[in-house]
Write a protein that binds this ligand. Structure first.
Ligand code: B12
Ligand code: SF4
Length: 429
């Protein structure tokens, strides 16, 4: 069997999409041939040529919500050419499944983690296949979720398929030009309302969504990949890398001994302490990214339910600096009820945390997050289409601030804190 993946990536972000990379290697391990058309590097003419040339049994689209319209456009062009079944997966298919099926363009929407659900569907074509919503004889079968993949048994993601994404000069340190990405765990257990993670837990009901890989297997993957592709930087893209202290200390020991390359992580301020930060630094960590989101408790912990205190944020960022790590913060502006003064408090908190650089994006209501539902229930106007660039646009109408005012406040942030202007390519920093 042959399948063709479509990486829609309207932002042309240089970052390996881990979900599709994992699915590709899982399918390969079952003897299925996988191919890729990647919008980052290829044209839509190349796509139609590829469809003709490969003659796949299924075409598999990966799309975040902003990519969905483009995915539909490509799907329509393919439909003019062939009647090969079109399958869509990823966050938009997971959290806006009913809308996707109602549009009538895709034959199947895979919900949640795709490895088992997709494999089961493409090998059985069963309209009752778990984790898939399937259009069959003009009826839509809305099947319940299947078994969540066991991350300790999955093959390593297909680094080869997405190797063009590793050639990237890091904006924060131009010495790094070739990054390799890894995930050591899946399914963040926290419940921030602007994020889709919480909803994934609801979708899988009683199954454990937070899953950890074996550290030895992670180290083997890092060693193999970085020696194959001669990477100069390792990016650990777990949502909350330092979730389990003992596991991370073990990782640091083994990484230092067996890999030794500079690495970057993303985590939460309330999961680090001095011991962890020192161990990270000692193992080669060069960049630590943590969310601040808002400088005002009412927004950060009330509206966003981040549940991290101002004191903890200051303590974690200053400790990180003390041990010699470069720090980067994530921030949101334009959340519901937020005022210009609130956003200036976010700037102040970043300054207090002495962050080396920060990223501030404008709040958008994407399907899957609790805050999107809250906005719907509280009379916010939510536009039908999603912005291509969340540095300069939002799909909600803010209570009091116009988009131009939000862009102006973002500029104040960039001018005072340093970091992303928004014109750089989105993705890892
Ligand atoms: C890393 C990341 C990124 C990366 C890479 C995204 C990518 N293409 O993979 C970058 C930094 C580029 C990114 C950007 C954005 N992101 Co982002 N990102 C994430 C993050 C933190 C982790 C994703 C990840 O790698 N997970 C691990 C892998 C293994 O899981 P996965 O990607 O979900 O894949 C599984 C399933 O989704 C499914 N699947 C995925 N693809 C496919 C394809 C097929 C064919 C099938 C069948 C199944 C399938 O199976 C996979 C394996 O089990 C998630 C949060 C999260 N916790 O998921 C947000 C998340 C995906 N991002 C989100 C958003 C909104 C964005 C932006 C659109 C924001 C914006 N700018 O407006 C931008 C897009 C930028 C642009 N200009 O286009 C939302 C998506 C919500 C939605 N409804 O679309 C999420 C869920 C966070 C949130 N806000 O809730 N993001
Ligand atoms: S900690 Fe990060 S990944 Fe986890 S729920 Fe909050 S925003 Fe989402």
């Amino acid at each position: 069997m042959r399948v063709l993946f479509i990486h829609t990536n309207i932002g042309k972000v240089l970052q390996m999409p881990m979900g599709m990379a994992y699915i590709s290697s899982y399918l390969k391990s079952k003897g299925i041939e996988t191919y890729l058309w990647d919008n980052t590097f290829e044209t839509s003419n190349d796509l139609l040529d590829k469809v003709n040339e490969i003659d796949p049994d299924f075409i598999l689209f990966g799309a975040l919500s902003p990519d969905y319209e483009y995915a539909c456009e490509l799907a329509r062009a393919i439909k003019d050419l062939t009647d090969v079944p079109l399958i869509i997966g990823g966050p938009h298919a997971t959290f806006a499944t009913a809308e996707v099926m109602a549009d009538g363009i895709f034959d199947v929407a895979i919900r949640g983690d795709g490895e088992y659900a997709l494999y089961n569907y493409i090998t059985t074509r069963d309209p009752h296949s778990p984790g898939a919503w399937v259009r069959y004889n003009n009826v839509i079968y809305m099947n319940p979720m299947g078994t969540i993949p066991d991350v300790t048994k999955l093959p390593w993601p297909d680094h080869e398929m997405f190797r063009r994404h590793s050639d990237k000069v890091m904006a924060w340190d131009k010495a790094y030009k070739n990054v390799a990405m890894f995930i050591t765990a899946r399914g963040c257990p926290f419940k921030c309302t602007y994020c889709g993670c919480n909803n994934l837990h609801k979708l899988y009901e009683d199954q454990r969504v937070t899953r950890f890989r074996d550290i030895n297997d992670v180290i083997d993957e890092i060693k193999t990949v970085t020696s194959t592709y001669h990477n100069d930087l390792v990016w650990l893209t777990d949502e909350t890398f330092t979730m389990k202290k003992k596991r991370i200390l073990d990782f640091c020991d083994k990484y230092k001994e067996q890999v030794g390359l500079p690495f970057a992580i993303e985590t939460r301020a309330d999961t680090v302490n001095e011991e962890i930060l020192r161990a990270l630094k000692d193992a080669g960590c060069v960049l630590l990214c943590m969310g601040i989101e808002s400088g005002v408790d009412r927004i950060r912990n009330g509206i966003y339910k981040k549940n991290v205190s101002r004191e903890k944020l200051v303590e974690a960022f200053l400790l990180a600096k003390k041990v010699g790590l470069t720090t980067s913060s994530f921030n949101i502006c334009g959340g519901p009820t937020e005022t210009a003064e609130d956003i200036r408090e976010t700037i102040k908190l970043n300054q207090e945390c002495k962050v080396d650089m920060g990223k501030m994006t404008i709040f958008n209501a994407f399907p899957g997050s609790e805050l999107t539902e809250w906005c719907k229930g509280n009379g916010y106007y939510i536009r039908g289409n999603y912005p291509d660039n969340y540095y300069v646009d939002s799909n909600i109408k803010h209570d009091t601030l116009s988009i131009d005012e939000l862009i102006g406040l973002r500029k104040e942030f960039v001018d005072s804190v340093g970091g992303f202007t928004g014109s750089e390519v989105e993705g890892i920093v």
